[in-house]
Ligand binder design. Structure first.
Ligand SMILES: [Zn+2]
Ligand SMILES: [Zn+2]
Length: 142
C-alpha cells in the first residue's frame, strides 16, 4: 500500500495573529493522523500532519515557542496567539505541520494513522488507511 510520492505541493500560511508567516515548498500531499496521547492532549484531537521536509521558510520565527515534547522532537506554537505550527524532528530538522494550517492545498489524502491502539473509542475515521500501533510506530522510526 505504500506508494512513492513523486509530486510535492507548496503552501503558504500564517498563524492566527499573523506574526508568523510560513512557506513550505515540498509538502507531501499524503498526510498522517496521529492518535497518540501527546498529540491529542496538545491539540485536543488527533494530529493531522503533513510532511513538509526541511524546505520551510519562516518569517517571524522569534515569535515561536518550541516545546521539547520528547527526546526526539519539538512542538512549535505562536507565542502570541497559540496557533500550533509544527512538530519538528530534532535529528533531521524535518517539519511536520498541521493540515489545517494550510487552507488551500489540493490533492490531500489521509494515508496512515499512527498510534491506532491509543485511539479512544469515541471516534473513528471511515478513511481507508494503513494503521500502525505504538509498537509498530516505534519500531518503524527507531
Ligand atoms: Zn500568532
Ligand atoms: Zn502523536
Amino acid at each position: 500500500m505504500s506508494e512513492t510520492i513523486s509530486q510535492t505541493i507548496s503552501g503558504q500560511t500564517t498563524c492566527l495573529c499573523g506574526s508568523i508567516k510560513i512557506t513550505a515548498t515540498k509538502i507531501e500531499p499524503n498526510f498522517s493522523a496521529c492518535h497518540c496521547d501527546t498529540c491529542r492532549k496538545w491539540g485536543g484531537a488527533p494530529y493531522f500532519s503533513l510532511r513538509c521536509g526541511v524546505d520551510v521558510n519562516i518569517e517571524g520565527a522569534e515569535n515561536i515557542t518550541r516545546y521539547e515534547s520528547s527526546a526526539w522532537a519539538f512542538r512549535g506554537f505562536c507565542s502570541s496567539c497559540g496557533t500550533h505550527l509544527f512538530y519538528q524532528i530534532k535529528e533531521t530538522g524535518e517539519y511536520n505541520m498541521p493540515v489545517g494550517l494550510f487552507l488551500k492545498l489540493e490533492g490531500l489524502k489521509m494515508d496512515v494513522q499512527y498510534y491506532a491502539d491509543q485511539r479512544p473509542d469515541y471516534y473513528c475515521f471511515s478513511n481507508a488507511t494503513r494503521e500502525m500501533t505504538k509498537a509498530e510506530v516505534e519500531r518503524y522510526f527507531s
